[in-house]
Design a protein around this ligand. Structure first.
Ligand code: SF4
Ligand code: SF4
Ligand code: SF4
Length: 296
């Protein structure tokens, strides 16, 4: 690489000017839930916290138990989503009021994790599942930063760490094992059209019990996991974040495409910034060397 510092800064400036001068791109269409997509419905009012769902999840996904010993007795006591937990059951308690909530990947209709995954390791399947291909993952963890639900986890203890998250049991012809295991019908699976209809039916049949909102129907641009709660416990109490209805990737990709349009491919710009970082590091080292020489 024989380019001078001046030439590299000139290149960076040209890229910056072109980015600002590029014509605005049209906002891209939001990706939406299709009625025939698969999904899951969790009804907090039916859940008794037995954890049959999360235990079965571990079994079918070959995940180790989280063993905790108390007074010499060993328990499986997972604390949160982690490299060994694709799903977790949590308890909300406030005085006499309590409710359980099951968490796993929400399988967003327009997933931020897919939007930022430069390797294409996270991708949407035809039936709406957000799937992961470990063979092409580069371990950048951008997906972890992008996810509003704090879902993707990283296998830090592996020599080549990978991402762990629910893939709606796509390896099982029978579908989601958690739904199969639930003895209360609190966790069910089906098409998105069927699940949405069922959620509305339950609310309509018992309007005094249920919060009228179905979390996930519109939140985050639509999710493939829908939630119901009682009027006594809000979705916020259950730890479900208040996300905008417009999916974040729709905005971020529109801005990105506006920046890139007509002047340079993202990879080229990435290379340019990488070199700039390398160049700055060399410069910093040279300054440190000069300082050391001055002292000696
Ligand atoms: S919940 Fe997070 S990990 Fe799951 S699809 Fe949405 S953005 Fe991706
Ligand atoms: S769909 Fe499968 S991987 Fe996802 S939470 Fe249920 S059992 Fe676990
Ligand atoms: S199996 Fe059903 S009732 Fe038991 S904790 Fe899971 S969702 Fe709740």
């Amino acid at each position: 690489m024989n380019l001078s510092r001046r030439e590299w800064f000139r290149g960076l400036s040209a890229a910056g000017i072109a980015a600002v001068a590029a014509p605005a791109a049209h906002a891209r269409e939001a990706k939406t839930v299709h009625p025939e997509d698969v999904g899951m419905l969790y009804d907090s009012t039916r859940c008794v916290g037995c954890r049959a769902c999360t235990t079965r999840c571990k079994e079918v996904n070959g995940l180790p138990l989280d063993v905790v010993k108390t007074d010499g007795v060993a328990y499986n006591a997972p604390e949160d989503l982690s490299a060994s937990n694709k799903s977790i059951l949590k308890l909300y308690k406030n005085g006499e009021t309590e409710a359980f909530v099951k968490r796993q990947c929400m399988h967003c209709a327009d997933p931020a994790c897919v939007s930022v995954c430069m390797a294409g390791a996270l991708h949407k399947t035809q039936n709406g599942i957000v799937a992961y291909n470990k063979n092409v993952c580069v371990g950048c963890r951008y997906c972890q930063i992008a996810c509003a639900f704090d879902v993707p986890k990283f296998t830090w203890n592996e020599p080549l760490p990978l991402i762990v998250k629910c893939e709606m049991c796509r390896h099982r012809p029978e579908g989601p094992a958690c739904c199969e295991a639930c003895p209360r019908g609190a966790m069910t699976t089906g098409t998105m059209a069927g699940l949405t209809e069922e959620a509305h039916r339950r609310i309509g049949n018992d309007p005094d019990k249920y919060d009228p909102k179905i979390y996930g129907e519109h939140d985050g641009g639509g999710l493939h996991v829908l939630y119901l709660t009682s009027k006594a416990v809000s979705f916020e109490n259950l730890g479900l974040p208040d996300v905008p209805e417009q999916p974040i990737p729709q905005t971020s990709e529109t801005v990105q495409h506006t920046l890139y349009k007509g002047f340079v491919a993202p990879a080229a710009l990435f290379g340019l910034f990488t070199f700039a970082q390398y160049f700055n590091e060399r410069r910093r080292q040279a300054a440190e060397d000069a300082q050391r020489e001055n002292k000696s």
